[in-house]
Design a protein around this ligand. Sequence first.
Ligand SMILES: *Cc1c(COP(=O)(O)O)cnc(C)c1O
Length: 272
Amino acid sequence: MNPQDLATKIQANTKLVWLEAPGSVSMEFPNLIALVQTCKSHAVITALDNTWGAGLAFRPFDLLGDGSLSVDMTAHALTKYPSGGGDVLMGSVMTRDDALAMKLKLTMMRLGICVGPNDVESILRSLPTITLRYEAQDQTARKLAAWWQSQAACVQVMHPALEGSPGHANWKALCAPDGGAGLAAGLFSVMLSPKLTQAQVDAFCDTLKRFKIGYSWGGPVSLVVPYNIASMRSGWPSQLKPGFLVRFSTGFESADDLLADLSQAAARCLNI
Ligand SMILES: *Cc1c(COP(=O)(O)O)cnc(C)c1O
């Protein structure tokens, strides 16, 4: 979240900076343009985990829209949006740099990394519908995130497209530069009140009927995961309020069914 801090951390032996927008789980959206410019000014290679953007929310190979700024490579969990079925594990690395492509290719060959043809077939079948799926899950997630904003048990909603969410202005500059609605993945986190207990939060997740417990996203079924941020990070992220973090990913269920499910589970378990 801090390009100046990144500049101080780049050393003479730094070869590559790994970027992600937004950050996993905590969902803060960095100033990707400034981060890439910082790396470029130090002649360091940039790699972006672009699983969230999926090649749809923004253009990592043309960050300013005039062809002047590009990350060097992107990595995608094809497991998520490109598959859309929640039934394939695969990844990809992309670059427009021929020399880098050759390095990657030789490394893959020497490590013997390959994928199964049936998995490739399912990804190829799913790719033509990725835009429709991404947009539908985005719409549903925004409805659920807005509902959480009205809940007393929720102290913070982390969804890059929501006003007030950490790094929202950075999301807007990159994903909605024309002032439109922009695009965002069907993924968001909520910080539940520290007045609750972990047992209440866990009971809430268990009481949900439409949301299954699971880490992945971009598949047909909505998912929920309670996260213990303190055990995942070296320090509590400064942009997060204290509380219990729960992450949601939206599937293809109707938003009304999902909202009704959240309501019934919250009414039973999240009384503060
Ligand atoms: C899921 C995920 C991965 C890893 O993908 P798998 O295919 O599940 O191993 C990498 N990056 C991000 C941001 C992810 O969400």
